[in-house]
Each structure stands twice: as C-alpha cells, then as structure tokens.
Design a protein around this ligand. Structure first.
Ligand SMILES: *Cc1c(COP(=O)(O)O)cnc(C)c1O
Length: 402
C-alpha cells in the first residue's frame, strides 16, 4: 500500500508489513501472491474460516432483499438469532449491538440500571474487574480493563470500577461489599496472556454473588461461540452468569455484538433506556444466524476441543527442550505459548515463513485458528511456529556464546 495514503489514518495501530487480499477457509494470500496458514482469524473472529459457505449464502440472500431498517420496526432476523442464542445458553434475553466494546458497555449499563431502576437500590454501582483483563476501548470498558496502557492519556475515567488480581480469592473476599453491583471477568484472559480462571476462584465468585446479591457478568467476546471447545466457556465451569457478552466470532467476520441476560434483569432495559442505530441490523443478524446454525449443526465446539488437544500435544512435543518456552496452555483453540522473552520478532519471523499468529501481551504468542481448520493445515502451521521458536532459541544461544 502506498506510504503516503497510510499517513491519512491516525497512527493508532502498529501494523505488520503485510496486505492480505484473499481468503479461503484457513488460507490467506497477500498482494504479492504469498500464501499463509491462518492461525489468528482476524483476532479470534473468523471461527468458521474465511467466507464459510453457509454464512456467505445467507449474506448474499439478505443483501439482495433488504439492508437496513430502524430498530423501531420488527426485525425477524433478531428474533431468530436470539432464539438460537437463548435456546443454547443460560440466557433469556438478548440485546444486539455492533462490537465487543459496545456489548460490554451495555452490560455495565444493564447492571447499574438493574439496581437503580428495577430494585430501586441507590449506591450499588461498583463493578469489580481484574488485572490483565481486556474489555474494550470505550471510556467505561477501558476503565474496566485491567491494563494501565489502555488508560494512558484518557483521564478522567468513569467512577465505580475496582480492579483486583485475577484468581486471588482473598483479595476478592476483601473487596465485595454492599456497593458491589457486579463481578465482571473473562474465563480465559485473551489479550492478557491466555490465563484461565481457576475453578475454585469461580466457585468463590458464584458464592459471593449469591451472598451479596451481586451480578456475575462474563466477557465471552473472545471465548464464546465455540472457541474454547464449548459453545460458551462458562459451560466448562458448571456455572451460569447473569449477563454475558459476545462479539468476535458471532458474525464470522461481519460486525455484531450481543449482550445476553437472565429473565430477572429484563426490565432494566425498559423502552428508551438503551439503543443502537445499526445494532442487530439485517446483514449482521443474517451472518449471526448462519454462524450459530453452523456451530450447532456441525458440532463445531466439539471439533475445537479435539483440535485444541491435538495442537497442545503437538506443540509440547515439538517445543520440548526449547529454553525460550516457559509454558504451552489454553482451552480448545485459544492457545498461548509463553516465552522467556518478548515474542514480537518471532511473530514476524513466523509470518515470513507462511503462518499468521499474534501476541497476547509481551511474552505470550497467541494461536487462535479457525475451529474448522484441517488437521494437516493445523499441524503444518504449528510446525512453522515451532521452527521459528527453535531458530530464535539458537540465535539467543549463539549470541550468549559470543
Ligand atoms: C476483542 C475483545 C473486546 C473488544 O471487542 P471490540 O469488538 O474490539 O470492541 C472485549 N473483550 C474481549 C475479551 C475481547 O477479546
């Protein structure tokens, strides 16, 4: 791409030197014709691969019929997608929006309004969140995010958020009070390094939520829609959130977000209390319907579980003895490789050798392939990753020897 046109955009992204122009399943091609195995899926977005046939067909059909009507009219696609989501989760009601941050923003508003308007309790507005979390870039969601770097220069931030260490039961017990409205977390911290919530930590959260009448909000924007080997990650824990949020994988790449909640909080979003011009539009919900139908009909989460086990086993055997590698971990096809050093240069080397991966924090490489990737493509991609890590370890050793 032309250098001088790049300068027309705000420089808020640091970009890889690659321009992708074509995709099919788990393969991508750049503008030089170079082919890549996709182990990142946007960032955990194209869970069914690029241009999945059923979603493509459904979008074409909708494109020919009608693109946009206001949410002041009935939109049957929303009802069908809400049915697919509520029939297959613990939730009873859905609000549709356009992105992850919008979904989390709405979840925060929903929790505050539940206490203030449905129960009539003032002063119960505090949201407890966790270090290393990531919840989005709006003012409320970056305040909820447990990483200082996303907050720099954006003060003053909204009030009412407390950030605690993740998986720290004692800190949590000391922090929940009459002011606490919600505990808000990811079950696997995606951007924050692929750390999972301990079952004992989750059991204590559920106990405290019941005892102190606190809502449990789960951010399933990255973990949801099959990614971790279940349709939603909370199923691994045998728990039920009061509210959870979806976005990334829900539209297979078409922008859509959703807030799902239990019956008791329904009236918190009374008519006129919240809304979105584009939220739940005909095209986005068409993509969502076809995505969810494919997930369910083809039992895609099960496939993610099996491929995830295969991937971790394969990586562990290939990386055994590599002194740069500290840990290989994950749930389903949300996988992290933690290293002793920053992985940025290694990621670029992997790209040059024909596989696409990303980071999750400085020292962790994140692999989030399509849940429908073939075993051959997956193993080939993982070998490219393992070879790059071997080269990096050799380089570090020869530097140390000099
Ligand atoms: C990506 C992500 C978000 C933000 O989603 P956007 O669509 O970029 O606003 C929020 N939470 C988690 C866990 C995410 O992975």
């Amino acid at each position: 791409m032309s250098e001088n046109l790049q300068g027309l955009l705000f420089p808020n992204y640091s970009k890889y030197p690659i321009t992708l122009v074509k995709g099919e399943g788990s393969r991508l091609w750049d503008d030089q014709g170079k082919e890549y195995i996709d182990l990142m899926c946007g960032v955990a977005v194209t869970n069914l691969g690029h241009k999945p046939a059923k979603v493509t067909a459904k979008l074409h059909e909708q494109l020919d019929q009608l693109w946009h009507v206001s949410n002041l009219f009935h939109i049957p696609n929303q009802y069908r997608l809400a049915q697919l989501l509520t029939d297959n989760s613990c939730a009873d009601h859905v609000f549709f929006c356009n992105s992850g941050a919008e979904a989390n923003e709405a979840a925060i508003k929903l929790a505050r309004r539940y206490y203030q308007k449905v129960l009539g309790i003032q002063g119960k507005y505090e949201i407890i969140t966790f270090q290393q979390s990531f919840h989005g870039r709006t003012l409320a969601t970056l305040t909820a995010t447990g990483q200082e770097k996303v907050k720099e220069g954006f003060h003053p931030l909204p009030e009412g958020f407390t950030t605690l260490p993740y998986n720290d039961i004692a800190a949590l017990q000391g922090a929940v009070s009459d002011k606490t409205a919600a505990i808000f977390l990811e079950l696997v911290q995606g951007e924050g390094g692929i750390h999972s919530a301990d079952p004992a930590f989750m059991a204590e959260i559920v106990r405290l939520c019941e005892k102190h009448d606190v809502l449990l909000i789960l951010d399933e924007i990255q973990t949801g829609v099959g990614r971790t080997g279940k349709l939603f990650a909370y199923e691994h824990y045998g728990i039920e959130p009061d509210i959870f949020t979806l976005a990334k994988g829900l539209g297979s790449g078409f922008p859509i977000g959703a807030v799902l909640g239990k019956a008791k909080i329904k009236d918190a979003f009374a008519p006129g209390s919240h809304g979105s011009t584009f939220g739940g539009n005909l095209l986005a919900t068409a993509a969502g319907i076809a995505t969810m139908e494919t997930m369910l009909e083809d039992n895609v989460p099960q496939r993610a579980r099996e491929l995830g086990e295969l991937a971790v086993t394969h990586l562990k055997s290939k990386l055994e003895g590599n002194p740069l590698v500290v840990d290989v971990r994950g749930k389903g096809l949300l996988i992290g490789i933690e290293c002793t050093t920053a992985v940025g240069d290694i990621v670029n080397d992997i790209h040059r050798h024909g596989a696409l991966v990303i980071t999750a924090g400085t020292n962790v490489m994140r692999l989030v392939p399509s849940l429908l990737i073939s075993r051959e493509e997956l193993l080939k991609g993982l070998d490219i990753v393992a070879e790059a890590l071997a080269r990096a370890a050799n380089e570090a050793a020869s530097k140390a020897a000099v």
